[in-house]
Design a protein around this ligand. Structure first.
Ligand code: ZN
Ligand code: ZN
Length: 352
């Protein structure tokens, strides 16, 4: 019988679970680091884990890798756990490890592959918390084969200090216009703005300022309040005139928070009624929506937009995770805004 060793995702979960049972310190850190290595590795992580681990951790990794199947792995983790078992587990469920994402892309429908997308949506520049200039990011999008792309820096409001104020929005607008004069035939650039949804569902930027950009992206980055149902907050945000996209709706973050509680059917039917697209954010630590909720959004009639949420040039490839989620959720290609031509997408934006 062929030896079926555990997947990278299962190995990562085992390492994270062991880390959870350790007190803060070097052991815990080394286990966490190994967990992320398995989660992010492009190939079977075994060798990579052994190479990067401190001496004391190697026998444990060998033991985990030797487990046949995920039940055996879980049993081993239970034996090895030194403290209480993992309370953080819910914050790690429903994510693709990198290997799993790649396998999904290979086996999924060709027409949802990132290579078949026309637009790169949702990325940041130095104008907010990104690492590269507007032009560097746009050039990288163009080189990746996209016909259009959209910058979505954070706005500066009560909640986000490092974003664009009105003057910054206008300066960026000038650079977007200049790009389009010079390169617009080859690669059209749109200007979006990622705006904070406050606890009551209002947006953190006055209406007049929002109207100056092509696309308003509403998103929650603070006040997650895990015990409070956030349906009304989301509904009020998406019903605000001029909002185009609800970004990373759950606000979950791998290993750190499981995300907002809401009656998602209601949120998504509110999006569909208001003509607001729902984002599938491919940033590996977000993967928000997950496949189940993405499916629910489609069933409620929503349009979908895939995003990398890139904060640097290499992150632009993260829309591959969004593609994999869309494949798993069986999102029909015609519901995905990134497959539209620039002029069709422009019409969609103007209709909101
Ligand atoms: Zn965001
Ligand atoms: Zn963002």
């Amino acid at each position: 019988m062929r030896h079926q060793s555990a997947s990278n995702g299962a190995l990562a979960e085992a390492l994270f679970a062991l880390a959870d049972s350790e007190p803060p310190g070097d052991r815990r850190l080394a286990l966490l680091r190994a967990g992320y290595t398995a989660f992010d590795s492009e190939v079977k992580a075994h060798q990579e884990l052994l190479r990067g681990a401190p001496h004391w951790l190697r026998p444990l990794i060998t033991q985990l890798v030797a487990c046949r199947g995920e039940d055996a792995l879980q049993a081993a983790v239970q034996r090895l756990q030194s403290g209480e078992s993992s309370r953080r587990r819910p914050a790690r469920q429903g994510y693709f490890s990198r290997v799993e994402m790649i396998e999904t892309l290979h086996s999924g429908p060709e027409d949802l592959h990132p290579k078949r997308l026309r637009g790169a949506f949702h990325w940041h520049t130095r104008h907010s918390d990104g690492k590269a200039s507007l032009e560097t990011m746009a050039r990288a999008c163009s080189r990746r084969g996209y016909a259009w792309s959209m910058v979505t820096d954070h706005s500066r409001g009560l909640e986000v200090a490092s974003g664009l104020d009105l003057e910054g929005v206008r300066l960026q607008q000038g650079r977007v216009a200049q790009w389009n004069r010079q390169q617009g035939e080859d690669h059209h650039l749109f200007q979006g703005l990622e705006i904070e949804v406050l606890t009551d569902g209002t947006l953190d930027v006055p209406k007049g300022e929002r109207l100056e950009v092509d696309c308003v992206v509403a998103a929650v980055h603070s006040h997650f309040d895990p015990d409070r149902d956030q349906t009304e907050r989301h509904l009020r945000a998406v019903q605000t005139p001029g909002v185009h996209v609800l970004a990373h709706p759950r606000g979950r973050h791998f290993h750190h928070r499981p995300g907002l509680k809401a009656r998602w059917e209601k949120v998504f039917s509110g999006c569909a009624d208001a003509g607001v697209a729902v984002e599938i954010n491919g940033f590996p630590r977000r993967q928000d929506l997950d496949p189940d909720l993405a499916r629910l959004a489609v069933d409620q009639g929503c349009e979908v937009i895939l995003a990398s949420d890139a904060h640097a040039v290499p992150h632009l490839e993260f829309d591959a995770y969004a593609s994999a989620i869309a494949m798993r959720a069986e999102v029909p290609r015609e519901r995905i805004l990134n497959v539209r031509h620039a002029d069709e997408f422009e019409t969609w934006l103007a209709d909101r």
